[in-house]
Design a protein. Structure first.
Lengths: 339, 269
């Protein structure tokens, strides 16, 4: 009996989950106030049903754990998972290794939305404005990306370029008019998790769930798209339909991530490619493993961002690129497979 | 029984007519060769039959209902081997052949044991079992062409369309691939329609030839009636010699007009 190499095996997934648990624990423990590992484990276990433990954490330490560290780690994990999954999904449906979640104007749209909110609105409007901007950007690119009655991957990408250029022009103009907002807008563009709380987590979770389910359900079909729209069509599959659903789901995931964390770059490219080099090119394995890998990567990047220059914080986008790029180059050099 | 029937089929691509008012009936179990100069519409005809280009007129596949077939249903009845198939990087031969099961696997579902058994059977049939776990892009041209054929066979479609199946293969592999297709046709009772450039091979591996020129059927019939020096000269604008192979069959050899004259000139009076 043939066993498809594309199938996700338990080993890599379990290894990924173990890595994720380790990264999350490390990130929870490390900070200006050191928390004792045993006490933190006991405190966490105490919240499980039917488990009664006494952690020995002080009230203040417990508050640091529950109100500061944990939501930030959870949010970092969610954002990383969404960006990596969306990046992999975009690479699949566009058959383009350089595709990332911001390909179709999501970043430019979110940037414009955020700039509008920072310049003219109350702070509370920022996530909604960024989310709406990202979705509007991609929707515009999709609506315009028709040529000769059909939407091919290439026309969509080019239309995304046009939309992004236009939205960025408007955003830059607004930013220049309101120069006092420059610093805040710039900080947002570089990405940050400093404002992370449970409120942001609750904001992201529904979108994360919906888009993850939709994309994972389509992962076998994304493999079929690897032979191109035409051949996929001769195999009975409407490529444009799969692309629409996957792009919509990936856009929701990206918009939700961007809304709470700004434009964290590089995750959507580096994580899927690293997974690809380690575990093969099939999207049936790549998508679930990218979810886990993205979460690990961003949790660790955020840990570095908030500890290296403490008490100041580095923008997380700087960390993802500074550590991510050399790591990626290393994986590229040592991998046997071409991406 | 007719496997595919075309009546008054026209196709425009980019505003330019590529097929014009074409009538063609392809009998079940036939091995039909499509020949014609570059741009005559061979590929477009295959793509129209496979439902990949919008066509006017009527294309009926087997006993399909008049309302036509859905994309999936069509893919279960017609398998197309394109001229230069995409080679997804890193995909194993087994996974590639499994793509042929796409029209049978439910939209969001996954392959069943039956799908995998069919893939294993096809790989065995085409001597590819040893390559199952190899990445497709590590195969040689001939092996890769067998893998592409295997994917088409996994579709279990009664009609197999081949667009220049021997492109890029040396003469030995050309023969091997065409012999393989012919054996499969006999064993599985397939209807095979191949677009071909090599007229000698077309004559040897087809019972019926259809010569397209300018999107119309210019000549049709058994190879002996279509592959004549006059017909080829008129439609290909080529100088050829058509020779009888003592072993049966026809050999079409291009000759260089200037060289021919020189040779004649040098002959003693």
């Amino acid at each position: 009996m043939i066993v498809p190499a594309a199938r996700l095996r338990a080993g890599p997934l379990l290894a990924g989950m173990a890595g994720l648990t380790g990264a999350a624990l490390l990130a929870v423990l490390v900070g200006p106030v050191r928390l004792a590992p045993g006490a933190v484990l006991a405190e966490l276990a105490g919240r499980l049903p039917w488990v009664h433990t006494r952690s020995g954490l002080s009230r203040q330490e417990a508050a640091i754990l529950w109100e500061l560290r944990l939501p930030r780690v959870v949010l970092g994990g969610l954002v990383g998972a969404m960006l990596a999954m969306a990046g992999a999904a975009y690479q699949g449906v566009f058959r383009n290794p350089l595709a990332d979640p911001y390909l179709l104007g999501a970043a430019a749209g979110a940037g414009l939305g955020a700039t509008l909110a920072i310049a003219y609105g109350p702070d509370t409007l920022l996530p909604v404005a960024a989310f709406a901007g990202a979705v509007t950007g991609v929707a515009a690119a999709y609506a315009l990306g028709r040529s000769g009655g059909t939407r091919t991957a290439t026309t969509l990408i080019l239309s995304g370029v046009a939309v992004a250029a236009f939205l960025t022009a408007v955003q830059t103009y607004l930013q220049q008019r309101k120069a006092e907002t420059l610093r805040e807008v710039y900080g947002w563009i570089l990405g940050r998790l400093t404002t992370a709380g449970w409120r942001e987590v609750v904001l992201v979770v529904p979108y994360a769930l919906v888009s993850t389910v939709a994309i994972l359900l389509h992962r076998r079909l994304i493999d079929v798209l690897a032979v191109g729209d035409d051949e996929a069509s001769s195999l009975g599959l409407r490529a444009s339909q799969v692309r629409l659903v996957v792009v919509a789901a990936a856009t929701l995931a990206t918009a939700a991530a961007v809304a709470v964390s700004g434009l964290i770059g590089f995750v959507g490219i580096i994580v899927p490619h690293t997974v690809r080099l380690l575990a093969g090119t099939s999207y049936r394995r790549l998508l679930p493993l990218s979810l886990v890998g993205g979460a690990i990567f961003l949790i660790l990047a955020d840990l570095v961002a908030r500890t290296v220059t403490a008490p100041a914080e580095l923008p997380i986008g700087v960390v993802t690129a500074f550590f991510g790029a050399p790591f990626f180059a290393l994986v590229l050099r040592t991998a046997r497979r071409a991406p | 029984m007719t496997a595919v029937e075309l009546a008054g089929v026209s196709v425009d691509l980019g505003g330019r007519p590529v097929l014009r008012d074409l009538d063609l009936a392809i009998a079940g179990g036939a091995r039909l060769g499509l020949i014609g100069p570059n741009g005559s519409g061979k590929t477009t005809l295959l793509r129209a039959i496979a439902g990949l280009v919008p066509a006017r007129g009527r294309i009926r596949v087997g006993d399909a209902p008049p309302g036509g077939l859905s994309r999936r249903e069509l893919a279960r009845r017609i398998a197309l081997v394109p001229q230069s198939p995409a080679v997804p990087a890193g995909m194993t031969v087994a996974d590639y052949v499994l793509l042929g099961r796409t029209p049978y696997i439910s939209y969001l579902g996954t392959e069943t044991r039956r799908d995998l058994a069919i893939v294993a059977q096809v790989l065995d049939h085409l001597d590819l079992a040893a390559f199952a776990a190899r990445p497709l892009d590590s195969l040689s041209g001939g092996e890769r062409q067998r893998a592409v054929l295997a994917r088409a066979l996994a579709q279990q479609a009664p009609v197999l369309l081949l667009d220049e199946p021997t492109t890029g293969l040396d003469v030995g592999h050309q023969q091997q691939v065409l012999e393989l297709v012919d054996t499969l046709r006999q064993n599985l009772g397939l209807t095979v329609v191949s677009a071909m450039h090599d007229l000698t091979l077309a004559g040897q591996f087809a019972d019926q030839l259809v010569l397209l020129d300018g999107g119309r059927v210019a000549a049709a019939g058994p190879p002996a009636t279509v592959l004549t020096e006059a017909v080829i000269g008129r439609h290909y604008h080529a100088s050829v010699r058509v020779l009888e192979d003592p072993g049966g069959g026809i050999v079409v050899v291009p000759v260089r007009p200037t060289l021919e004259r020189q040779v004649t000139h040098e002959q003693p009076a």
